[in-house]
Design a protein around this ligand. Structure first.
Ligand code: NA7
Length: 533
């Protein structure tokens, strides 16, 4: 490696998604470089450009709060923004705050090692560039490493295969095509109704049915926007005081306190609330009490039965094996209605799994299907995938993949023992998608940046966490998980969406305020659980 290719900087940020972009801005007073695999900014909203991609949180909330002028000048066209608007916003922020000068695009980090003698990371990209820095901030995203199941015969298939998280920029024309679609999670549910309108045929391969609520998206009402703009400051503060960092209504009464008629009325109102998550927030105990949860499940199943005309298809679409909200609740627009179209067929691949691709299509244990195109919306190697795909070597040349072989361990989701000066945003055991990710990402960046500022002010060069602190945090993460029904579903929250992936619950479900308080008190109590030198 010639020295010309080596750059000395203070901080390397990995990823120019929403957290990475804000980290560049917040850490401006250092020599910062941000390494981004893609050719543009936006992270999730750069890669996931499949038809129908849209956020399921109101955009007035799902946006940055760090700059008042930005909040006042930006106008969202819809309540729940579509991918192009979110990408446009990310680009606007990058330009407005002059962030591009710090970003190296098309620069995927492929390996990095910590030099114990100098307390510096050596970070390499697959393009051959090398950076030597004091700190690395991994803003790599929880849902950024696509999961492609290793189906036999994939390379023999003559048609086109697209993963929704790597969608071609110019889009795809499905006119006249027989399209196979694998994956009925949030992504599949958004994409399929649009593709079904264009394709000659759409064959949906469903392993597990999803609970899905109507999105209620609509053009953003001017009064609503003005009201937010008048109160942004206090609302951002209020958001951080709620479980999900979002001002959704959080009712205080149990499903058991209502008569069946009252319950039905509340659930019907929630269904039409135009608020994506109101169904699982209809009562205080939907995520903690199995009987309360089942009442909501049955309401959602009855909605499916009332929409889908063919009773057999309707039953196949009814989830029965996990609590509603156990996997992230899907939000759709015409998803169940789509099954009333003549050109859409539902295939159950739970009872007869996909065995292999063939040159003409794919084969399940029960039948063969001829397909011109196959779309995989098979999710992500979530939370740990993006980091584990980088060869990360910490103290004593220990590899992160080895340390996390049985599941990720962290302290406060921010650091993992043996890997000093490496911070994660939305890392394992943070609230991640259980709380609105732009606002909580901003919060985590601020908390991390304050720690780095203090290190510099005190002339210190190495910060790491203890194994004991990690163990204590694991107990807390497990304790709150045990109180919630989330643990009863196989999902990306617990890695069970990927065959062979080990580890327990990777998301902190104790709510954002409890998480933030523990981060703050750890620092205030003399950096409890950290070692600084
Ligand atoms: P998800 O929610 O992980 O959904 C992936 C879907 O792909 C789900 O229906 C899976 O079935 C299905 N899948 C995965 N592997 C296979 C195989 N081998 N055969 C058949 N079906 C398979 O990912 P999304 O992209 O939809 O959403 C991720 C998050 O983005 C979401 O939670 C929101 O936060 C936004 P399974 O349920 O595992 O049986």
């Amino acid at each position: 490696m010639s020295q010309a290719n080596v750059e000395q900087v203070d901080i390397v940020i990995i990823g120019a998604g929403f957290s990475g972009l804000y980290a560049i801005h917040r850490l401006r007073n250092y020599n910062v470089v941000c390494l981004e695999a893609g050719e543009g900014v936006g992270g999730t909203w750069y890669w996931n450009r499949y038809p129908g991609a849209r956020v399921d949180i109101e955009s007035v909330e799902y946006s940055y709060g760090f700059d008042d002028a930005l909040q006042q000048e930006w106008c969202w066209p819809e309540y729940f923004s579509a991918q192009p608007d979110l990408e446009r916003y990310a680009n606007h922020v990058a330009d407005r705050f002059n962030l591009r000068q710090n970003i190296r695009f098309s620069s995927p980090v492929d390996r990095m090692r910590f030099d114990e003698a100098t307390h510096r990371w050596h970070v390499h990209t697959s393009t051959g560039a090398q950076f030597i820095c004091r700190y690395v901030i991994a803003a790599t995203g929880s849902l950024s490493a696509p999961n492609m199941p290793p189906w036999p015969g994939l390379d023999t298939y003559r048609g086109d295969v697209y993963h929704t998280a790597r969608w071609p920029e110019g889009g795809v024309d499905f006119s006249g095509k027989r399209v196979g679609f694998i994956g009925t999670g949030s992504t599949g549910i958004q994409a399929m109704p649009i593709i079904a309108q264009q394709a000659k045929e759409l064959v949906v391969f469903q392993r597990t049915p999803a609970y899905c609520m109507p999105s209620g998206n609509r053009p953003l009402d001017q009064d609503h926007e003005q009201d937010w703009k008048a109160h942004y400051r206090e609302r951002r503060q209020q958001m951080l005081q709620t479980y999900g960092a979002s001002l959704i209504e959080y009712p205080q009464f149990s499903a058991h306190d209502c008569t069946p008629e009252q319950r039905e009325e509340i659930l019907e109102k929630a269904w039409h609330s135009q608020n994506a998550f109101q169904l699982i927030l209809a009562f205080s105990d939907v995520m903690t009490d199995a009987a309360a949860n089942e009442m909501v499940c049955e309401f959602a199943r009855n909605k499916i039965r009332s929409i889908v005309k063919d009773p057999e298809t309707a039953e196949l679409l009814c989830p029965t094996t996990y609590p509603i909200g156990g996997k992230r609740l899907c939000v759709g627009n015409g998803y169940f209605e789509m099954y009333n179209r003549e050109n859409v067929t539902l295939v159950d691949v739970k009872s007869a799994p996909i065995e292999a691709f063939t040159p003409a299509g794919l084969r399940t244990a029960a039948a063969e299907y001829e397909l011109d195109v196959v779309i995989t919306a098979t999710g992500f190697d979530a939370v740990t995938g993006a980091l584990e795909r980088i060869a990360i070597e910490g103290r004593e040349q220990r590899k992160l993949v080895d340390k996390w072989a049985d599941g990720p361990t962290t302290y406060l989701g921010a650091m993992t023992a043996g890997f000093p000066n490496l911070f994660m945003i939305h890392g394992p055991s943070t609230p991640a998608a259980q709380a609105q990710m732009i606002t909580t990402g901003e919060w985590q960046v601020n908390w991390t940046a304050d720690i780095i500022d203090a290190m510099n002010e005190e002339g210190l060069t190495c910060i790491e966490v203890t194994l004991d602190a990690e163990r204590q945090w694991a107990l807390e993460v497990d304790m709150v998980a045990q109180q919630s029904l989330h643990r009863l579903a196989d999902s990306w929250y617990n890695g069970k969406n990927i065959e062979g992936k080990k580890g327990g619950f990777m998301i902190y479900v104790g709510g954002f305020p409890r998480f933030a308080e523990q981060c703050e008190t750890a620092v205030a109590d003399g950096y409890r659980g950290f070692i600084r030198q």
